[in-house]
Write a protein that binds this ligand. Structure first.
Ligand code: SF4
Length: 223
């Protein structure tokens, strides 16, 4: 059972609620979505058996917050991932899953081995993708069995109606979920600032806990 992996490295988490934590990153190749703002469309990968990945992870010492399984979309390699997680859990690692929040059946099969779910919620007006509300709804139901937060990319084209759909999902499924508003790293300037401020205000007006956290990779020169 092989999986396509683009890179394995250690670094500092550069986004979301665990920003600043030291992690081992395993980046899976390939994704089931095609977001307009995607910055991880890598064209190279190596194929790994689960035991080959485990052997490589053993090269890292134990001073990491967690292993971040990221992508692409790591849940596309569900069976491979499950084999790895069973072993790395026994070795004492915590598992942080960065996911686009659409493959709920796959998550169901793995959730017992995951500690933290960093779940994207794709606003159609930001991502250029079709509506994925039902997929996100089902996904959050499963993810809420563990620690979970949502992340929405805010662009110049983000529509407020999309945020209201996210609020409905949060309130129906897991009201204490924190929503991270992440400014699109490809947009800059005063208009984006105004958009982000407006989104934050709407969250507060609707009693949704939200925080604005930009990506820090480029600012801090991180990988
Ligand atoms: S879900 Fe993530 S990896 Fe997949 S296309 Fe969208 S931004 Fe890229």
């Amino acid at each position: 059972m092989k999986a396509k992996i683009s890179e394995i490295f250690d670094s500092i988490q550069g986004e979301g609620l665990y920003l600043g934590e030291k992690q081992i990153f395993v980046r899976f190749f390939g994704c089931n979505l095609n977001c307009s703002f995607c910055d991880t469309k890598l064209d190279r990968f190596m194929e790994y058996e689960p035991e080959e990945l485990i052997k490589e992870l053993k090269l890292y010492n134990s001073k990491y917050h967690s292993i971040s399984f990221t992508g692409g979309e790591p849940l596309l390699a569900k069976d491979f991932l499950k084999s790895v997680l069973k072993i790395t859990a026994k070795a004492g690692h915590r598992h942080y899953l960065e996911t686009n929040g659409t493959l709920h059946s796959e998550l169901e099969d793995l959730i017992d081995y995951i500690d933290i779910v960093a779940m994207d919620v794709k606003l159609p007006s930001s991502s250029g993708m079709k509506e994925l509300w039902q997929e996100h709804r089902q996904f959050l139901k499963v993810a809420s069995r563990k620690e979970v937060f949502l992340k929405a990319i805010i662009t110049l084209s983000t529509q407020e109606d999309d945020l209201f759909e996210v609020f409905k999902i949060i309130k129906d499924i897991h009201p204490q979920t924190v929503l991270v508003l992440q400014p699109n790293s490809f947009d800059t300037g005063e208009l984006l600032n105004q958009k982000i401020n407006r989104c934050k205000d709407i969250c507060a007006e609707n009693n949704v806990v939200a925080c604005v956290i930009p990506q820090i990779h480029q600012i801090a020169g991180l990988r």
